[in-house]
Write a protein that binds this ligand. Structure first.
Ligand code: NAD
Ligand code: MG
Length: 393
């Protein structure tokens, strides 16, 4: 029996995780569920999965959930705040933590889980983008098992040789080919991109996801963040990671070897496949995902990414090459810009302009500890907010 904490259980990845967990009650039990403030859904999840703890970040939501839990006679203790998120990750009962909070808010609890040596199912790519070296050092020091849940990285993990330790040459690995759907605006005329709405940006052709990552997919910042994520997970340089636009999202990524072999992982675009893989690793279990029908797929296309149409992808490569605090700055400026776009304060194309301005404004500093990252994150948020205020004038 594996005991799980699911950070961000009410989100897209969180609910898909619980869907897989519910299929295997003999394998998994839930220790803690966490959310920002979605009382209704978290309550339903508490009724179904009977966790020992539920954590919310919003104080009013905490009081409401406590009431509901008491009325229903559940044995779930409701906690609040970031410290509680960390507690439910490091508790001795916990075997594995699904890190599925969106954005920088996921960093602290995910890092705490790594320091405590828990098995980590990593969906929160922002943790690696912001604090890649700090996080990977913690994973290595504690001996945590780190399983990538992002579909591309999960595919790469599956396509790499068993026991791959980051030494590309020793394993005959030449390149990582990271596939991208190209998002909803792959073929939209450039002149129309200035006026696209948040709902248009969130209407992804292949995947159903939270709104922040959906906007990231539309700008291809998501792929940029994933390039940085792949760098840390697989010890690959920017030059070793090639983005390949593949609109059908059937091949989830590939690994190219020195002998000319290219190994890919395919499947329907449904996050329950990488989630089930991570949960049961090294075994395979039913995920509820329909088998891939290659005759229905019929065609697969591949094109090079368009860095003019998607400047965010270029900015991410630039930040990865600049190293130090640059990826944390990129991530924070992106979070502020995406939130402003979702709130209709800025246009879609302003997202890249804001990130570019913030990257140019802030000096790149070395990262040696978490505080270096948190400072860069705070400075970049402030700079991005000021940039948006200037734009609105
Ligand atoms: P989502 O918006 O659907 O869910 C986010 C979850 O985090 C919710 O449970 C929410 O309550 C919680 N949350 C939000 N802000 C919080 C805060 N400040 N403090 C604590 N909890 C907070 O997001 P998602 O699409 O499930 O994505 C989650 C993570 O997984 C992201 O990092 C995303 O990049 C990554 N990811 C998602 C997908 C996908 O298909 N959805 C695929 C790959 C990677
Ligand atoms: Mg992905």
């Amino acid at each position: 029996m594996q005991t799980l904490t699911i950070l961000g259980s009410t989100g897209s990845i969180g609910t898909s995780t619980l869907d897989v967990v519910a299929r295997h009650p003999e394998r998994f039990q839930v220790f803690a569920l966490t959310a920002y403030r979605q009382v209704e859904l978290l309550f339903k999840q508490c009724v179904q999965f009977q966790p020992k703890f539920a954590v919310l970040l919003d104080e009013l939501a905490v009081l409401e959930l406590r009431c509901r839990v008491r009325e229903a006679g559940l044995n779930t203790e409701v906690l609040s705040g970031v410290d509680a998120l960390e507690q439910v990750c490091i508790a001795s009962e916990v075997d594995a933590v699904m890190a599925a909070i969106v954005g920088a808010a996921g960093l602290r609890p995910t890092l705490a889980a790594a320091q405590a040596g828990k098995k980590i199912l990593l969906a929160n790519k922002e943790t690696l983008v912001m604090a890649g070296n700090v996080f990977m050092d913690a994973v290595r020091a504690s001996g945590s098992a780190l399983l990538p849940i992002d579909s591309e990285h999960n595919a790469i993990f599956q396509a790499l040789p068993h026991g791959y330790n980051g030494d590309k040459n020793a394993h005959g690995v030449r390149k990582i080919l990271l596939t991208a759907s190209g998002g909803p605006f792959r073929d939209t005329p450039l002149s129309e991109l200035q006026h696209v709405s948040p709902d248009q940006a969130c209407a992804h052709p292949n995947w159903v996801m939270g709104r922040k990552i959906s906007v990231d997919s539309a700008s291809m910042m998501n792929k940029g963040l994933e390039v940085i994520e792949a760098h840390w997970l697989f010890n690959a340089s920017a030059d070793d990671i090639q983005v390949v636009v593949h609109p059908q999202s059937v091949i989830h990524s590939l690994v190219e070897y020195v002998d000319g072999s290219v190994i890919a992982q395919l499947g329907n675009p449904d996050m329950r496949t990488p989630i089930a893989y991570g949960l049961a690793y090294p075994e395979r279990i039913d995920s509820g995902v329909a088998p891939l029908d290659l005759f229905k797929v019929a065609q697969m296309n591949f094109v090079a990414p368009d860095f003019v149409r998607f400047p965010c992808l270029a900015l991410a490569y630039q930040a990865l090459r600049a190293a130090g605090t640059a990826p944390a700055v990129l991530n924070a400026a992106n979070e502020i810009a995406v939130a402003a776009f979702l709130d209709k304060h800025i246009a879609f194309l302003d997202i890249a302009k804001i990130i570019d301005a913030v990257l140019n404004q802030l000096a790149v500093l070395p990262v040696t500890c978490l505080n270096d990252v948190l400072h860069a994150d705070a400075d970049a948020r402030q700079a991005a907010t000021a940039q948006i205020a200037r734009m609105k004038k």
